[in-house]
Design a protein around this ligand. Structure first.
Ligand SMILES: O=C(O)CCC(=O)C(=O)O
Ligand SMILES: [Fe+2]
Length: 389
């Protein structure tokens, strides 16, 4: 995801031990069973404790914590702990949205009334080229080896033609039909997540860039969407886990951002930024006529060196070491954007750029923090801010 706070960045713990004790006291006798999870993981630079999610049986290495996530249309349904460590709603298992069997009117409006298709993975993924259903096969092992080496060097590993063209255009139509409901981002933002310090004017940390696009959120994407089917397909998650070399790897459970999609029309763009989370998994569903290039400078900064000079030079137009690639419809892209400065150049022409974004985490039950969700809510059409607490 762009430079959103890392998962649950809203609740980065300054004093983890105290917060943890407060959480434990607040939940005593109210929540039976589940543990609260705080993990310590790298995001941006360094290691910070932060709330990661909720799970019945968290890995023993993790402390635990529970938090609340308000969400549009699902308010009051779920989640545990508000910002004052009070239990808000102790219902642990919110009802799931029923699987819809009929075509929803929005989709009908968007694609001329086709019946929902692409119900099976072989219709969606080119399994001949990428036999993810055969883990451990020579082809998959070779792909994993190539991917790991490429990621190390380039920060971007693309699997061209991963999604079949007809499935990609079906998914794009499904997403575009939801643009009237989508968040509209149109703001200048800095390239970095805040580090809480104040930086002098002219420093790259204070420079802002235009971010402008529509964003369709998880709960706005139908349950029977082939895009969701793909996201929920276990062999894909397992393949990506192995590619990243993580021991554990879970789909996010964020009602808003687990699965989302971005739609960029004429002039829309993502400004230069570093991602707040480690990895973005995207699938391009539709390419624009021109522009919408993915531009990046691999490993411009490192864990030890911010290289502000190099960053400032890119802002000033230096293109040394920069890659400028046209990601094509159907490509699956794995991108490590925490050390690699990147942007999406402005889209030109009538045809939109549509990208699906898949969100995972190394701990189960992850959600994004409420402040960021509130921010999204402010960008929803006709939505007034609705803080619950
Ligand atoms: O739209 C894309 O291709 C990726 C954009 C991006 O950098 C992000 O969402 O963080
Ligand atoms: Fe990004």
């Amino acid at each position: 995801m762009m430079n959103v706070p890392a998962l649950d960045g809203s609740r980065k713990l300054r004093a983890p031990a105290r917060d943890f004790a407060r959480a434990k006291a607040a939940t005593k006798g109210v929540i039976d069973g589940p543990e609260l999870i705080v993990d310590r993981r790298r995001h941006g630079r360094g290691v910070e404790p932060r709330i990661a999610g909720i799970g019945e049986r968290p890995p023993p290495a993790y402390n635990s914590f529970r938090f609340r996530c308000g969400d549009m249309g699902l308010e009051g349904r779920t989640m545990g702990l508000d910002t004052n460590s009070k239990i808000t709603t102790p219902d642990r298992y919110p009802p799931r949205q029923p699987e819809s069997t009929t075509i929803d009117p929005l989709l009908r409006a968007g694609d001329g009334g086709r019946t929902v298709g692409f119900n099976t993975i072989p219709e969606i993924i080119d399994l001949d080229r990428y036999p993810l259903h055969q883990p451990g096969s020579e082809a998959i092992d070779a792909l994993l080896r190539e991917g790991r080496a490429t990621l190390k060097h380039d920060a971007l590993f693309s699997l061209p033609g991963f999604v079949r063209p007809e499935a990609a255009s079906f998914m794009a139509a499904e997403i575009e039909a939801r643009v009237p409901l989508a968040c509209r981002h149109d703001t200048d933002r800095p390239s970095y997540d805040s580090d809480g310090k104040s930086w002098p004017a002219g420093h790259p940390r204070t420079a802002t860039h235009l971010f402008r696009y529509h964003q369709v959120l998880n709960h706005q994407i139908p349950n029977n969407s082939p895009l969701r089917r793909l996201y929920c397909w276990e062999p894909l998650r397992e393949f990506l886990r192995q590619l990243m070399g993580f021991e554990t790897f879970y789909r996010s459970e964020c009602p808003h951002l687990a699965l989302s999609a971005k739609v960029a029309g004429e002039g829309d763009t993502d400004g230069w930024h570093f991602d707040g989370n480690d990895v973005v998994f995207s699938i391009v569903l539709k390419e624009p006529e021109q522009g919408g290039l993915f531009e990046y400078v691999p490993n411009l900064r490192t864990e030890k060196d911010e290289n502000y000079e190099g960053v400032a030079a890119v802002f000033d137009g230096n293109r040394d070491g920069m890659r400028s690639v046209k990601l094509s419809a159907g490509d699956l892209n794995v991108f490590q954007g925490d050390y690699t400065l990147h942007r999406v150049s402005p889209v030109k022409g009538e045809r939109k750029r549509v990208v699906g974004l898949f969100c995972y985490d190394r701990v189960p039950g992850t959600n994004f923090g409420e402040p960021y969700i509130e921010e999204l809510r402010r960008h929803m059409p006709g939505a007034a801010p609705t803080r619950i607490s």
